[in-house]
Design a protein around this ligand. Structure first.
Ligand SMILES: Nc1ncnc2c1ncn2[C@@H]1O[C@H](COP(=O)(O)OP(=O)(O)OP(=O)(O)O)[C@@H](O)[C@H]1O
Length: 547
């Protein structure tokens, strides 16, 4: 419960939460008032002394009106609370994701997806029951106090039965919670397989063996194990519920058949006691039904809080409250003894030490074998990976943590595995003359246009055309540096030639500094500086020759 409240209280505010609690207590009191009045009237009817109908009519009317008012206020509050919880939690996670470190987020995608889709939903549903749970608990406590005033010995026996019920519940609670936790961990595995199916559907649709394999070897076992764990947990909760019922029914039967005479309890009090017990049973039933919901919510809340902590830690390395933006013009970027290690041990890949110098207007090509570290180096150069050692200097400023946000903003990038947004995201105004100019230059004028809202008419293009549009979008950002990772790999020979021999020189003339990873050895002469990446080491190759 503590972990659930840790998420709820910041959203309602402490005073808001106290207001809900007070209303919950009032609601419990109101229910008790009703049962108390009913038993009072019943007692009088049985004794043949009931006469004051008008007085009781007013009492019932007042109780019903109070009940309606409290339920309505509480229900509206619960609807607002659950919606706030649902959307605020999602917003918080998305905001943390956007602040998180690139590397850390890459390894948390599945976890984040499962949290936003599954945990937030579970918690929202549970928040709708939390007031019912609270009201039932308050009612239970009041009913117990009332029972004590009716007959102390009977109350003591009832308390004993209740303690036995709670003990049985606690005995199994640990196993039930563990089963629910295991089922929740399996949700991540399920999401992982499901993402593979959505991302790799082309490959899967080509071959029924792959479809069969992913379904039978991943989806089915995970579903079966999660089914087993959830079912075990819910049956455990159900057993507790049935045990509770059995204990109470036995108690009621014992009171009616034996205890009332053995303990010499008045008929009126026996009736009120049994009637209150039956009412109490309803409240206990509500608690029993809602317990699994709240236990699941506790597991979900734990996951969400852990994820939030992890994301906050991930982001703290580079995102600072007041990022320093670079306003001066790029003259050079000097990199000295730069290293990046994927892991601590010797077997993990690392790059460096790299010494590298970018002068304004440079056209730099980097080539090298697959897995030699080109992308890793470029990601470190871009500030996506925080260097493990060495320094990056922009003009005369050493790039420190507080500079990274501003430093990254210097680069327009088309990644190897780029994502093409369907609009000029983050750029409300840009040079529309350039847009038309680049459209012609990249031979897309008959293919794509842009609406008044800045949205591209389509992104349903061929792979090569999508890359061209991604590059146009990057160029419209008008950043001083352009970085491309194997951009020309998907272009036809005609356009590849045009790219290296016309477009790059043109962009250089416009003042851009260009860094490109490329395997197109026919065009290496188009670079001012050429580097080879080998086993994580950046080797200058004929830099002077091409300058
Ligand atoms: N997220 C990661 N975690 C750990 N190691 C990684 C990760 N990404 C890449 N590597 C390792 O880094 C090495 C270099 O990868 P990188 O993508 O930088 O190579 P590359 O030169 O760009 O290759 P390619 O030409 O195939 O794109 C790889 O051998 C891989 O083992």
């Amino acid at each position: 419960m503590k972990r659930i409240l840790q998420l709820i209280i910041p959203m309602t505010g402490r005073s808001g939460f106290i207001k809900y609690v007070c209303l919950g207590i009032l609601s419990g009191l109101c229910s008790f008032l009703f049962i108390n009045t009913v038993t009072g009237v019943l007692g009088q009817i049985i004794a043949g002394t009931f006469s004051n109908i008008r007085e009781y009519l007013l009492i019932f009317l007042a109780i019903i009106l109070l009940f309606v008012w409290i339920r309505r206020v509480l229900s509206v509050a619960v609807i607002r609370l659950s919606q706030t919880l649902f959307w605020d939690l999602r917003k918080q996670i998305v905001a943390l994701v956007l602040k998180s470190g690139y590397r850390q987020l890459s390894s948390r995608k599945v976890e984040v997806h499962a949290a936003v889709v599954s945990d937030v939903n579970i918690l929202t549903q549970a928040s709708q029951s939390i007031i019912d749970f609270f009201t039932a608990t308050v009612l239970t406590v009041i009913c117990f106090i009332y029972l004590a005033t009716l007959s102390m010995p009977l109350f003591a026996i009832t308390l004993l039965v209740a303690v036995a019920g709670v003990a049985i519940y606690r005995l199994r609670a640990g196993i039930n919670i563990r089963n629910l936790q295991t089922a929740r961990s399996l949700e991540n595995n399920f999401q992982d397989s499901f993402n593979s199916i959505l991302e790799g559907f082309k490959e899967l649709f080509m071959d029924s063996r792959k479809r069969k394999s992913i379904f039978e070897q991943q989806v089915v076992p995970v579903s079966a194990e999660a089914y087993e764990n959830n079912t075990k947990a819910y049956i455990g909760f159900l057993n507790n519920q049935i045990t509770g019922y059995t204990l109470f029914y036995t108690l009621i039967a014992a009171i009616l058949l034996y205890l009332n005479t053995a303990l010499e309890i008045e008929v009126k009090h026996t009736l009120t006691f049994v009637f209150t017990l039956l009412y109490l049973l309803g409240a206990i039933n509500t608690i029993m039904v809602l317990l699994p919901v709240l236990v699941r919510a506790k597991v979900a809340a734990g996951r969400l809080l852990d994820l939030k902590d992890k994301l906050e830690q991930d982001g703290s390395q580079e995102v600072t409250a007041s990022p320093v933006m670079f306003t001066e013009k790029l003259e050079q970027i000097a990199i000295s003894n730069l290293e990046y290690h994927y892991g601590e041990d010797d077997r993990s890949f690392s790059i460096g030490p790299v010494n590298f110098d970018i002068q304004k207007g440079d056209v730099i090509f980097i080539y090298g074998g697959n897995g030699s570290g080109k992308t890793t180096f470029v990601h470190t150069l871009l500030g996506l990976h925080i260097p493990s050692a060495g320094e990056i200097r922009f003009n005369d400023t050493i790039v420190e943590n507080e500079h990274y946000t501003g430093y990254k903003a210097l680069f327009a990038v088309v990644f190897n595995d780029f994502y093409l947004f369907n609009e000029m995201l983050g750029y409300n105004s840009f040079n529309t003359d350039k847009w038309h100019y680049y459209l012609r230059m990249f031979e897309l004028e008959d293919k794509v246009s842009m609406g008044d809202n800045g949205v591209f008419s389509t992104t349903e293009l061929s792979t090569g055309q999508r890359k061209r549009l991604a590059l146009i979008a990057a160029l419209l950002e008008e950043k001083p540096l352009l970085v491309m990772d194997e951009w020309a790999a998907d272009q036809d020979p005609h356009f590849r030639k045009k790219f290296y021999t016309e477009i790059i020189p043109h962009l250089k003339q416009e003042g851009l500094t260009i860094i490109a990873i490329t395997h197109d050895d026919r065009y290496y002469h188009c670079a001012d500086k050429l580097y080879k990446m080998e086993y994580g080491k950046l080797i200058p190759e004929g830099v002077q020759v091409y300058q």
